[in-house]
Design a protein around this ligand. Structure first.
Ligand code: ATP
Ligand code: MN
Length: 536
């Protein structure tokens, strides 16, 4: 057991309701957390020295069990909906008591102080208290690591209490079931119980920042990745889960700012986090060399399996979950920018994984089309592959991040609109999904082609290329792009049956239009007019 250091915040922990014994590991180094995990039989090292764990019952977030305490701060400000579920303050106290009692009874717990927000003007001090050393390692990897001096006078502003092994009683807890993540803006606390999925920790703080930054600091918070070119030109990549934020922002020719959560202030783009959380399914050294080589000592791999009889991870094995993950500090990517702060962007990409195979692989959006697409937040997953159902399922998620935005989507959209109007920024839509037909007929577009199209947009070589307007969706499709066969650039030409394409495009357009109905009332006519047009 590690001896508490001189900075050990004993009084503060007691005031949080934790009994204090020699049970507390404070600010452990990653090597110690790995040792603790191995000693407790909660993980195994793979053959490249990364720690591999299983997260148990939950291998993804549980949006139906995420609550915000309804109080005088949140009541009139939060956009209450299926992602922002209200819970009464008395239940917050009931759950907090259960968690602190539970953690007090553990033989060991792990406490870590860290920061969010790389721009010092917005830096937030966070204390994480964990039942499991591996989730404390996740916090080490994903939040911004303080220096020794910064630790000396560390005043935590927000606290995360995480007790995966505690099963809540829903009746006394006011929750849907035995697990919950509960945010209190008044007590600046995130409670996590009953789930060992590490992502709840990062997305809890993301939700908090998505509330505070736009409301109190006029900073646009965004679910996007970001990187910077040699000329200091920043690019943002928005997109829902699985559309390519992490994959495409890891680019050896550019400096990585971050892979998932950023703020856009008056002058800067800044990362909220200190690490990346990459998907591992089908990971290969050849296609994603930077992420592959990040799987080394200190990295935390979740829910993968080994090839039988080895410690070699089989990245193609999705038998625990398709959502296999690895977290690692930003500097595991060789060209990461530190501190992760860049100038306002020159290019913005909206990534969508369109399993219908309708949207062009790259296209340029007008500012109005950009607003329409941002509010829509479209992607299409392939639903229910296990059961043999191969129909794509359209998802519309406002601002490409509805589960994490506590305020009304129009607020973020207005802030983005203002920034688009005030600067010279190109907005592109990139379909990282299907080409040559929908899922089942066509194929996912090759990662190499997507990378080539993004490079061409970034280096300005698409600017001079002739474009054609998509007949239904209205975006401008370049007719040529270096490194990409020209026939791929117009999706209709990739389908064996153009009439089938037209029908599918019409079907998708209808979904967009139906989804947008709920925003019609408050949206300017110019943005409404930038949506798809039905032809029949
Ligand atoms: P999350 O928000 O869940 O972190 P994400 O947007 O970061 O999701 P990625 O982790 O980058 O998504 O996942 C994209 C996945 O799709 C990767 O596994 C990548 O290998 C795969 N992929 C296949 N083809 C492409 C393509 N053409 N462009 C981007 N990604 C692709
Ligand atoms: Mn990602």
């Amino acid at each position: 057991m590690s001896v508490p250091t001189i900075f050990f915040p004993g009084d503060q922990l007691i005031s949080m309701g934790l009994k204090l014994s020699d049970q507390v590991h404070y600010q452990s180094e990653p090597e110690e957390l790995v040792e603790d995990t191995l000693r407790l039989d909660q993980g195994i090292l793979n053959d490249t020295g990364a720690l591999v764990i299983e997260t148990g019952e939950f291998t993804g977030r549980s949006p139906k069990d995420k609550f915000i305490v309804q109080d005088e701060i949140s009541e009139g400000a939060v956009h209450w909906n299926e992602f922002n579920l209200p819970i009464h303050e008395e239940y917050f106290f009931a759950v907090k008591k259960q968690i602190t009692d539970y953690l007090s009874e553990r033989p060991e717990i792990w406490v870590r102080d860290a920061f969010a927000c790389a721009d010092p003007r917005y830096r937030m001090a966070i204390r994480v208290v964990n039942e499991h050393p591996a989730i404390n390692l996740f916090a080490y990897n994903m939040f911004i690591r303080p220096t020794e001096e910064e630790l000396e006078n560390f005043e935590p502003e927000w606290t995360i209490l995480s007790a995966p092994g505690l099963k809540l009683d829903p009746v006394v807890s006011g929750t849907r079931q035995h697990n919950a993540a509960i945010i209190s803006f008044k007590y600046k606390t995130v409670l996590i119980a009953g789930t060992g999925y590490t992502g709840e920790t990062k997305k809890g703080i993301f939700t908090v920042l998505n509330f505070i930054l736009p409301k109190d600091h006029n900073v646009l918070s965004m679910h996007c990745s970001a990187n910077m070119g040699e000329q200091g030109d920043t690019a943002l990549f928005f997109g829902l889960s699985g559309t390519g934020k992490t994959t495409l922002s890891a680019d050896p020719a550019r400096r990585l700012i971050g892979d998932d959560e950023h703020g856009w202030s008056d002058t800067t783009i800044f990362n909220f986090e200190g690490g990346c959380y990459a998907k591992c399914i089908n990971l290969s050294e050849e296609k994603e060399p930077q992420i592959f080589s990040a799987i080394r000592p200190g990295a935390l791999v979740e829910n993968t399996r080994f090839y039988p009889g080895t410690r070699t991870i089989n990245f193609d094995d999705g038998s625990i979950t398709e959502n296999t993950r690895v977290s690692y500090p930003l500097d595991y990517i060789s060209n990461a920018l530190e501190p992760s702060v860049g100038p306002a962007p020159k290019n913005i990409f909206f990534l969508t994984c369109d399993a219908y195979g309708v949207l062009p692989p790259i296209s340029r959006l007008s500012p109005e089309q950009a607003m329409y697409q941002f509010i829509s937040g479209y992607t299409a997953k392939v639903a229910g592959t296990e059961a043999g159902v191969t129909e794509p399922k359209a998802t519309f998620s406002a601002c490409f991040g509805a589960p994490f935005i506590p305020l009304h989507p129009a607020l973020y959209a207005e802030m983005l609109g203002e920034k688009l109007r005030s600067g010279e920024v190109n907005v592109w839509m990139v379909n990282t999904g299907w080409t040559g037909g929908p899922y089942g007929i066509g194929n996912r577009i090759k990662l190499g082609y997507t990378r080539a199209m993004i490079s061409a947009a970034l280096d300005g070589s698409l600017d001079a290329v002739e474009t054609v307007v998509h007949p239904v969706f209205g975006m401008k499709m370049p007719v040529r792009c270096a490194g990409v066969p020209s026939e791929l650039l117009d999706p209709r030409k990739t389908w064996a049956d153009p009439a089938a394409y037209d029908e599918k495009a019409e079907e998708l357009a209808k979904r967009f239009i139906n989804n947008f109905k709920k925003y019609e009332a408050g949206t300017p006519a110019s943005i409404l007019a930038a949506g798809p047009k039905l032809r029949f």
